[in-house]
Design a protein around this ligand. Structure first.
Ligand code: HGY
Ligand code: MN
Ligand code: MN
Length: 418
C-alpha cells in the first residue's frame, strides 16, 4: 500500500457541525448531573443509533445492518466495486459517561462523509460503521459487534449473550429492529479502517499536544469471581467461627491489585463487587467481583490471568470459603497497528505543523479487532480534566475534536484514491 497517493481534494471538516452533533447526541440518555447513559441495546442506545443513521442517510449513504446489528453506511466512490475505506466507532456508553467516548469517531465519520459527498468522489467508497456494544458493560463482553464482524467471535455465541435480567443480545437487537443480513467484514475486508477517539488519559494534555498517532491497543481480560462462605449473625457469631465471603473478597481484591508489582505494564481494576445478602447485621454468605486486567504485552496478560484462580483458591481457603466461580467473560489481545498506517497519520500531523506523538492506547477500541482483517490506524484527540473518561467529567476541546477528524479525513481520502 503506497503512502503518498495523490489526493484529488482535501476534504474540509465542518468543526461546528461536529460539535453540534456531539451536543445533540449527548442529550439522548442524558443523566440529571450532565452525564450520558446509553448502555448497549437499551432504548437510549437505539435512539442514539437512529439519530446517527438519520444523519448518515442525509449524506446519501446506503445503510444496512449485519447479523450482530452493526450499522454500515456506504457512500459510493467512482469505483464502488473496490473494497471501501471504513471509518467508525461506537455510540453505546458505560453508565454516567461523557459525550466523546466512541461518539467522536462515529460523528467524525459522519462529517467526513458529508464533506466528501459535497465534493469530488474518491475512487473507493467511504463507509461508516457504528459497532454494536463496544463497552460490554451490560452483556459482559466488550467489542461485541466488531469482534463478530471481524470473525473473532461466533455470531450465535454473541447473540445468545444475556444481561443480568436474562435478556439476550438477539432479543434486544430484534426489539430495536437492528438485526440485518449485511455481510460480515471478515468475508470482504475493507481496504483500511480509521477511528478517531479521545485519548481517555492524561498524556496529550501533559504534553500540550492536541492529537497523536496511535501505535496500538492494549489487551483486555475480564473475569468474574464468586466466593461462598456462610451467612451468620453479625454480633453473636464468634469471629473465629465465621466464613465471611465479604472479607475473603476484600482480601482477594487487594491481592489482585498486588499483581501489578510483578507484571510490568499491567493494570488491574475491580469495577464491580457485591456481597449477599447485603444486610447490615448479616455476615456475607457470598461475594462476587469482576476484575479487568490489561497489558500491552500478551505474555504479561497471560501470566497475570493464570495467577487469578490460584490466588482466589488460596484466599478462599484462608477464610473458610469456597471458590464457586472463576469465569473469564471477555478477552481481547493486544494489537499493534500497521506501521505504514501509523505513519500516514503521523505524516498528516506533521503536515499541519504539529509535533508527532505516537501513543499506545490504554483503553480498548473496535480498531484492535479491525486491525486483524485490514490495515488500521487511530487518531487520538486530547482529553481535558487530566484525561478522565468513563465519567461525566470527560471533556475535549472543539478545536481538538475538529483537528482529529480533519486528520482522519485526509488519511481516509488518500486511502480512498489509491
Ligand atoms: O473498556 C474500554 O477500554 C473501552 O472503553 N471499551
Ligand atoms: Mn470507546
Ligand atoms: Mn469506553
Amino acid at each position: 500500500m503506497t503512502g503518498t497517493s495523490r489526493r484529488t481534494t482535501t476534504p474540509k471538516i465542518d468543526g461546528q457541525s461536529l460539535w453540534n452533533r456531539l451536543d445533540a447526541l449527548s442529550k439522548i440518555g442524558e443523566t440529571s448531573d450532565g452525564g450520558v447513559t446509553r448502555l448497549a441495546l437499551t432504548e437510549e442506545d437505539a435512539q442514539g443509533r437512529r439519530l446517527v443513521e438519520a444523519w448518515l442517510a442525509e449524506t446519501g449513504c446506503e445503510i444496512s445492518h449485519d447479523a450482530i446489528g452493526n450499522t454500515i453506511a456506504v457512500l459510493p466512490g467512482t469505483e464502488p466495486d473496490l473494497p471501501p475505506v471504513l471509518l467508525g466507532s461506537h455510540v453505546d456508553s458505560v453508565a454516567n459517561a461523557g459525550r466523546f467516548d466512541g461518539c467522536l469517531g462515529v460523528l467524525g465519520a459522519v462529517e467526513v462523509l458529508r464533506s466528501v459527498a459535497a465534493g469530488t468522489r474518491p475512487r473507493r467508497s467511504l463507509a461508516a460503521a457504528v459497532f454494536t456494544d463496544e463497552e460490554g458493560t451490560r452483556f459482559g463482553r466488550d467489542l461485541l459487534g466488531s469482534s463478530v464482524t471481524c470473525g473473532l467471535l461466533e455470531p450465535a455465541k454473541a447473540l445468545a449473550t444475556a444481561d443480568a435480567d436474562g435478556r439476550t443480545v438477539e432479543q434486544e437487537l430484534r426489539r430495536h429492529d437492528l438485526l440485518g443480513t449485511a455481510p460480515l467484514l471478515v468475508g470482504r475486508p475493507p481496504h483500511a479502517y480509521l477511528e478517531t477517539h479521545v485519548e481517555q488519559g492524561p498524556v496529550l494534555l501533559r504534553g500540550k499536544l492536541p492529537v497523536a498517532a496511535v501505535t496500538g491497543v492494549i489487551g483486555t481480560s475480564w473475569t468474574r469471581i464468586t466466593l461462598t462462605g456462610a451467612a451468620a449473625h453479625a454480633g453473636a457469631t464468634p469471629m473465629d467461627m465465621r466464613r465471611d465471603a465479604g472479607l475473603a473478597m476484600a482480601t482477594l481484591r487487594l491481592r489482585l491489585h498486588a499483581l501489578t508489582e510483578d507484571h510490568p505494564g499491567l493494570t488491574v481494576a475491580v469495577g464491580a463487587m457485591d456481597t449477599h445478602p447485603g444486610q447490615v447485621n448479616v455476615v456475607p454468605a457470598t461475594a462476587t467481583l469482576t476484575v479487568d486486567l490489561r497489558a500491552p504485552e500478551e505474555t504479561v496478560l497471560v501470566k497475570a490471568e493464570s495467577a487469578i484462580r490460584p490466588l482466589a483458591e488460596k484466599v478462599a481457603r484462608t477464610h473458610g470459603c469456597e471458590l464457586t466461580t472463576c469465569d473469564q467473560i471477555s478477552r481481547t489481545a493486544p494489537a499493534a497497528f500497521d506501521p505504514a498506517m501509523v505513519d500516514r497519520v503521523a505524516e498528516r500531523i506533521s503536515a499541519h505543523g504539529l509535533p508527532v506523538r505516537r501513543l499506545w492506547s490504554g483503553a480498548g477500541h473496535d480498531a484492535q479487532q479491525l486491525t486483524t482483517i485490514c490495515p488500521t490506524a487511530m487518531v487520538f484527540v486530547r482529553s481535558q480534566h487530566d484525561g478522565i473518561s468513563h465519567s461525566r467529567e470527560e471533556w475535549s476541546l472543539p478545536e481538538d475534536c475538529a483537528l482529529g477528524v480533519q486528520l482522519m479525513a485526509e488519511v481516509a481520502v488518500d486511502l480512498a484514491n489509491e
